[in-house]
Each structure stands twice: as structure tokens, then as C-alpha cells.
Design a binder for this molecule. Structure first.
Ligand SMILES: Cc1ncc(COP(=O)(O)O)c(C=O)c1O
Ligand SMILES: N[C@@H](CCCC[NH3+])C(=O)O
Length: 440
């Protein structure tokens, strides 16, 4: 069992709220998040960092779960934001996170995004290349401003995570190579539109091992000390995010140990430190509720076909990720589990949530919870197969609210339009192209 979700009187619940009650009200599939769990995580991390004597700001990585209510929950706790697009910046602002607590990351910021960050008065841009630095310098000068910049360093450290979510090796597109950092930092210090403020690092996501963190943080701290000694005006460090959660049997670090590793590397520098956790803040705080549609016995496999699909939660398809799957009604202890494939209704063989998973017997209509779906769930969803986006629900104490309703098909269709020649009122007699005229 993960986090706040537990069986209460035989019903899987978020605190006192039975998830079946929510499913009955809003239908399935549906994402349910626990605000209490999110707040507890935020407080645990800020507490651990303070206990290590760090002057730390936790800038929640909005990409993990950008729902306004989720970001607002963290904003109320005092969190800052790590954003990677103008859309995320606007969300952070709408949630009440001030620009001065916002960092803007990303390898491909457009000039419009740079301008938006400058107008919002953000704390810093984490700049990932020389060309980005020079572009930002120009955009800032055009506005008569100076852009606060921390250089994101690629320390060439293997984060020992899934290849698709490692970001800190020389093969990855992220950051400035460690060897080039000194020269680019000196350029930054000389550019009139740039205010060089610090260094940043982020080596990957879903890290369950502290050793890569220790290595990356130490490399960054050493570079910071060298550059500061050389006279560069570095004032703060950004140690990124990436701390993992336990989807299956991983043993991610305790937050206190993570804080200790960070503090050991950077405390002596005596500067403020930013952290950018995403998944760790919200991942375990969410489940995806789904209902069994059919149970199909094949020659080799037994399939449990559910009404959620890869369009709702793509992590198993994309990363072969494991998510625990639990019946909402606690199974009898003697109920024999049997291996099943838990699959969605989409016309792709990759549309699956679990392969050969031991599951107690289920029948059509039964409800299941796909666990640890609070991060990189709804935000990576699509409407593939013209499926409706799953609604999102936030539980706080004994209260719950729909924070994003399921749209209807008419609403989605209304977002599309027909070109004049396909509109029902178009004069079908009149050919549109010379080519088609000639051919006709
Ligand atoms: C720059 C940056 N910061 C923070 C994060 C948040 O990562 P996570 O959700 O693994 O904590 C990411 C995503 O990996 C990122 O690219
Ligand atoms: N989307 C990924 C994480 C990517 C992190 C973003 N930098 C996941 O679900 O695990």
C-alpha cells in the first residue's frame, strides 16, 4: 500500500473517503489525488532540508502534475515552482507562486518564453547552452532588463535510472558540458543582459540511489567554488529534482538521507539552495480508478480488460513501468490470485498496465486502482482513439471535489473545425483546386 491510500472497512480509501464513492459519482477512469499526502511530502522535504541547516527553497516541478489545484495546494505551503514552458509559468502564477520563487528550465526556451519569464520577474533561468545564453541576453537587453541566469551543468554522471529519463550524461541533450562550463560562465558574467546568479544540475528522474546524487552534487559544488574563487559572482545553487518513489519494490532514499547528501556537498559554500522535486511530491498521492469491462480467457493468457488505457496513463507503455493495481474492495484473504494481463481497450498491443500480474479474481464491473499515478499521469494523457480525458478529483480530509470534469464528446468535437470546402454548407458543385478542376 502506498501513502495515504489504504483499506478502511474493506474499501480502498483516501483518508476517510472511499474511492468507490468517487467512482460511483464521477465514473471511470478517473484520477484521484490526496491533498493531504501532497502537503505531507512538502513538509517532510522542507523539514529535512531545514534540519540539515540548508537555506533551501523547494520549487515544485510543475510538469509532474500541473493541475492548478495541485500547484495551488503546494503554493499555499510556500512552495516555489520549476517550470519548463510559458504554460507552466502561467499555471504557477495562477496558483499564486511569485516569480521570485520560480525557476525556468528547459533546453529549448523560445524568445517568447524568455520574454514571459522576464516579465514575470522570475528568480532565474536555468540556461542549458551558449546559444541560449546569447539569445536570452539579446531578449533581455531589448526589454532593458537583465536576465538572472544559473548555468545548468551536465556533470556526466549516470543516474542509474531508465534510459529515457536520465539527463545528466554527455549523451543527453541537457545542460552545459562540465568542461565548457567555466568559459561559458565567464561569457555570462560579461554579457550586459545577463546577471549570472549560480549553477544548476539535474541528472534524471526516478533516482533510487543516492550515489549518483552525491557525485553530481560534489562536482557541482567544486565547480561553484572554483568559479567563485575566480571572481564570478555566483550566489546560489540549484540541485534539481529526480528523487524516486517506490512503484514496486524499489527502495528510494529517505528524504532525510537525500537532504544529508545534498548538505554534505554544498553546506560549506554557505549559499541558498534550490530543489526541484516533482514525482516525489505527487506520485504516491494519486491513483487512477478504472473498472473491469471484460475478463477474457485466451489460449495462453487471461486478460482483464479495463476502461482505462494507455491514453490515460502511458508510463507502462512508454517505460515498461510497474504500477501496483489493487481492487477497490479488499479481496478475501483466501482469494487465490492468478496471473493476468491487465489491458486497456485501445487498438495497440502496447496498451497494457501489467503483464502476468497476480490479481485476485475479478469480474466485469469490479473497480481497480492503478497506484502511484499522481505524477506523469493525467499530464501525459491524450485523447487517442477519441477517448475522453479522465476527470481529476482532489481529496482533502473528508472532502473531495472534481477539479477537472470529464468533457463530453460534443465539447471535444467543437474544438475542431472544417475547412470551407468541407463545411456542410459549402457549394459542392464548385471545385476548389485548378488541379481538381482539370481532372474533373
Ligand atoms: C530540470 C528538471 N527539474 C526537475 C524535474 C523533476 O523531476 P522529478 O519529477 O523526477 O523530480 C525534471 C524532470 O525530470 C527536470 O527536467
Ligand atoms: N515522464 C517521466 C519522467 C520525466 C521527467 C521529466 N524530466 C515519467 O513518467 O517517469
Amino acid at each position: 500500500m502506498r501513502g495515504v491510500f489504504h483499506y478502511r472497512d474493506g474499501r480502498l480509501s483516501a483518508g476517510p473517503v472511499a474511492l468507490a464513492e468517487i467512482a460511483a459519482a464521477v465514473g471511470t477512469p478517473a484520477f484521484v489525488y490526496s491533498a493531504d499526502a501532497i502537503v505531507a511530502r512538502y513538509r517532510a522535504m522542507t523539514g529535512a532540508l531545514a534540519a540539515e541547516g540548508l537555506d533551501a527553497t523547494v520549487c515544485y516541478a510543475v510538469k509532474a502534475n500541473p493541475h492548478l489545484a495541485v500547484v495551488s495546494t503546494l503554493a499555499r505551503e510556500g512552495a516555489g515552482a520549476d517550470v519548463v514552458s510559458e504554460g507552466e509559468l502561467l499555471r504557477a502564477q495562477a496558483a499564486g507562486i511569485p516569480g521570485q520563487r520560480t525557476v525556468f528550465a528547459g533546453v529549448g526556451k523560445t524568445e517568447a518564453e524568455m520574454a514571459a519569464g522576464l516579465e514575470a520577474g522570475i528568480l532565474q533561468f536555468n540556461v542549458e547552452s551558449e546559444v541560449e545564453l546569447r539569445t536570452l541576453d539579446r531578449v533581455a537587453r531589448d526589454k532593458g532588463l537583465r536576465a538572472p541566469v544559473s548555468l545548468r551543468i551536465n556533470p556526466d554522471v549516470d543516474a542509474r535510472t531508465h534510459a529515457k529519463i536520465t539527463t545528466g550524461t554527455s549523451e543527453n541533450k541537457f545542460g552545459i558540458d562540465h568542461a565548457q562550463a567555466g568559459a561559458i560562465a565567464r561569457q555570462a558574467a560579461d554579457l550586459p543582459g545577463i546577471d549570472l546568479t549560480g549553477l544548476a544540475v539535474h541528472i534524471g528522474s526516478q533516482l533510487v540511489d543516492l550515489a549518483p546524487y552525491a557525485l553530481a552534487f560534489e562536482k557541482l559544488a567544486q565547480l561553484f567554488a572554483e568559479l567563485r574563487t575566480a571572481g564570478l559572482p555566483l550566489q546560489r545553487l540549484d540541485l534539481g529534482g529526480g528523487i524516486g518513489i517506490s512503484y514496486r519494490d524499489e527502495q528510494p532514499p529517505e528524504v532525510a538521507d537525500y537532504a544529508r547528501v545534498a548538505a554534505r556537498a554544498v553546506r560549506d559554500l554557505g549559499v541558498p539552495v534550490i530543489f526541484e522535486p516533482g514525482r516525489w511530491m505527487v506520485g504516491d498521492a494519486g491513483v487512477l480508478l478504472t473498472r473491469v469491462v471484460f475478463v477474457k480467457q485466451g489460449v495462453k493468457k487471461r486478460f482483464v480488460i479495463v476502461d482505462a488505457a494507455m491514453n490515460d496513463l502511458i508510463r507502462p507503455t512508454l517505460y515498461d513501468a510497474w504500477h501496483d493495481i489493487l481492487p477497490l474492495a479488499r479481496p478475501a484473504p483466501e482469494a487465490p490470485s492468478q496471473p493476468v494481463d491487465i489491458v486497456g481497450p485501445i487498438c495497440e498491443s502496447g496498451d497494457l498496465f501489467a503483464t502476468d500480474r497476480a490479481l485476485p479474481p475479478v469480474r466485469p464491473g469490479d473497480l481497480l486502482a492503478i497506484c502511484s499515478a499522481g505524477a506523469y499521469g493525467a499530464t501525459m494523457a491524450s485523447t487517442y482513439n477519441s477517448r475522453l480525458p479522465a476527470p481529476e478529483i482532489l481529496v482533502a480530509g473528508a472532502d473531495w471535489a472534481v477539479i477537472k470534469a470529464r468533457p463530453d464528446h460534443a465539447t471535444l468535437l467543437a474544438q475542431e473545425s472544417l475547412p470551407a470546402w468541407l463545411a456542410p454548407e459549402a457549394d459542392q458543385e464548385e471545385p476548389l483546386h485548378a488541379g481538381s478542376r482539370a481532372a474533373s
